[in-house]
Design a protein around this ligand. Structure first.
Ligand code: G1P
Length: 294
């Protein structure tokens, strides 16, 4: 069955980006000239997803507006001879169908996903955390959807290798490889943010999941976990003890745009990926390095 829906939780307060996030959602902060959320939705659309469910909180309406049409702006741009920009703006408004559901209390990622239960119904769906930007020709969600399809529609968690010293930042997966390339694993368990000395492996998830609708019954069963929050990781761990859950090492470069350093890294990368901008950016960087190293 085609996987049509993706849940993108956007209810967080974005405290690492204060004061910028005092009045604008973190997800609307731009990387070059597109807000962070644009990249997450684009990934979903390029992966064949037809409906985006944003799990929101108060103060996040600009995210919904961004994916709506802005006829006034389109007409203004047309009238002023900027029809290429008008087309770009129109295309964003037509990118995908957007639905929102409110998370009324910030009780963790597991709780946020559970808020989308009624909108998902009995379908397998994707989850994309917009703070984790993954750059690759074939979008990471599409890679995971392929693995799911090849394995009787199993739930699949995207994973990447991290340094052992970093395990405390992620959900960490333990499993056995099921392919000769050791890229796809049958999950034994999943642990939320283990200390390096306690982490079963160094396979971490940067917020990419394909989940069967069964996840909702597991989300109902978990107690509060790390940080006193309902953790998606704990529900997946429970699911893996009763069902076939896979983890797949995806291809791509991941940026943690939820941190200032990762955000700047992604901004430089996207500026450098633009062939027109690249020579100027390289020169600017060289000038800055010379100025600050002396
Ligand atoms: C969340 C998840 C964690 C995952 C991480 C990826 O944590 O709980 O399992 O590895 O996102 O960014 P957060 O970073 O929101 O604390």
């Amino acid at each position: 069955m085609k996987i049509r829906k993706a849940v993108i939780p956007v209810a967080g307060k974005g405290t690492r980006f204060l004061p910028a996030t005092k009045e604008i959602p973190k997800e609307m902060i731009p990387i070059v000239n597109k807000p962070m959320i644009h990249y997450a939705v684009e990934e979903a659309v390029l992966s064949g997803i037809e409906q985006i469910i944003f799990v929101t909180s108060s103060g996040k309406s600009s995210i919904e507006d961004y994916f709506d049409r802005n006829l006034e702006l389109e007409q203004f741009l047309e009238k002023n001879g900027k029809s290429h920009l008008a087309t770009e703006i129109r295309e964003i408004g037509q990118m995908t169908e957007v639905t929102t559901v409110r998370q009324k209390e910030q009780l963790g990622l597991g709780h946020a996903i559970n808020c989308a239960k009624d909108l998902i119904g009995d379908e397998t769906f994707a989850v994309i955390l917009a703070d984790d930007l993954v750059v690759n020709k074939e979008p990471v969600t599409k890679q995971l959807l392929t693995i799911s399809r090849e394995n009787e529609g199993a739930s699949v968690i995207g994973v990447m290798e991290v340094e052992r010293s970093e395990t405390y930042k992620y959900g960490i997966v333990d499993g056995q490889p099921i392919d000769s390339k050791k890229e796809t694993y049958k999950m034994n368990k999943m642990v939320e943010k283990p200390k390096p000395e306690e982490a079963p492996t160094t396979l971490a998830t940067p917020g990419r999941y394909i989940l069967g609708p069964e996840i909702f019954s597991y989300l109902e069963r978990i107690p509060k976990g790390v940080g006193g929050e309902y953790q998606l990781t704990d529900a997946i761990n429970l699911m893996a003890s009763e069902m076939n859950v896979l983890a797949h090492i995806f291809k791509g470069t991941r940026f943690d745009t939820g941190s200032i350093k990762g955000y700047l890294d992604a901004t430089m990368e996207f500026a450098l990926m633009d062939e027109e901008m690249r020579p100027d950016i390289i020169n600017l960087m060289k000038e800055k390095i010379t100025a600050y190293e002396n």
